[in-house]
Ligand binder design. Structure first.
Ligand code: GLN
Length: 303
């Protein structure tokens, strides 16, 4: 197969590039290679994905083609597409992402949906949220864009991640309702816990057991930040921290919603319930692979 952009006769139109790239990326084991090709081309051509199809016969200009060629080379080496174009869609919103943050996953949208369902069901119109390990900020920002009365404190231990989150908070216009805080786990600085406590703790913590890191897809293992993937212990230590330290941060009747690793739901329930301060209320499975992915706990009244 001739490499795109080599002067070999036919012009490299968007249509030809898309077909060539889809095949090339698929042959390198890239998931959803056609979609990946579309995302890269749309960013290179500076248009929306659907607009590509109206521009099939148009060529990219020289600079666009150079950028695209470089991205395709890196994508074939399994670099996440989201890091190349510095953007990922989550909950129908565009989030900036860099290698300092985890790439937002579709299954994590479950956490946003569940938080919104909880507010609707309990009549919470002004929920106070704590997003532990916010990364790109995608969870807290998405909830706040849906609920005009919601406010949030979003923490991360990584200042570089907080810079990315800050960009997204500004981009989506929620800066007046969302406070970004550098903190390790639940060691929050004075003055950030709202009076009466948070109504909800939301978290997609680093839950990969370090012993299983080697088995991860290289796109994840070799490119995403290790501290966002694994706790370096047994994958359950963030649930232990929540069980121990979240009760004093939550309002009476407060809830904790957490994402869990494949096949780890039962182990996480055991860990969170171990202190006797939380009761497991609900499990949700992700729609794509059917894995139990989200656990909801409510704060039990003090004995
Ligand atoms: N869900 C991510 C993965 O599949 C891991 C994210 C996390 O550890 N919270 O690799």
């Amino acid at each position: 197969m001739a490499a795109p952009c080599e002067a070999n006769g036919a012009e490299w139109t968007i249509g030809r590039l898309l077909n060539w790239t889809s095949e090339f990326l698929a042959s390198h084991g890239v998931d959803e290679a056609r979609l990946a090709g579309e995302v890269l081309l749309a960013h290179a051509a500076n248009c929306r994905r659907i607009d590509l199809y109206a521009r099939f016969d148009r060529p990219l200009d020289g600079e666009q083609l150079d950028r695209f060629r470089e991205w395709v080379r890196r994508a074939a080496a399994r670099e996440p597409i989201a890091y190349l174009v510095e953007e990922k869609e989550f909950f129908s919103l565009a989030f900036r992402v860099t290698p300092d943050v985890l790439v937002p996953r579709p299954e994590t949208e479950l956490l946003v949906e569940c938080a919104l369902d909880h507010c609707a069901k309990t009549g919470l119109t002004e929920p106070k949220l704590l997003d532990l390990g916010t990364g790109s900020g995608c969870i807290a920002v998405s909830v706040l864009t849906q609920l005009a009365g919601a406010t949030a404190v979003a923490t991360d231990v990584s200042p570089a991640a907080l810079d990315v989150a800050r960009f997204n908070v500004d981009r989506h216009g929620v800066a007046d309702r969302l406070l970004l805080v550098e903190a390790d786990r639940l060691a929050l600085p004075d003055g950030v816990v709202p009076e009466g406590g948070f109504d909800m703790l939301l978290s997609n913590p680093p839950y990969i057991n370090p012993d299983t890191m080697d088995g991860l897809d290289s796109t994840v293992r070799d490119f995403e930040p290790r501290i966002a993937l694994t706790d370096g212990e047994d994958g359950l230590s963030f649930y232990r921290s929540i069980a121990a330290d979240a009760p004093r941060l939550l309002a009476p009747g407060g809830v904790a919603m957490v994402e869990v690793a494949d096949c780890q739901a039962a182990a996480a329930v055991e860990v969170v319930e171990a202190t006797g301060r939380f009761a497991h209320k609900e499990t949700r499975a992700d729609r794509v692979v059917g894995q139990e992915r989200l656990l909801v706990f409510s704060l039990a009244p003090k004995a």
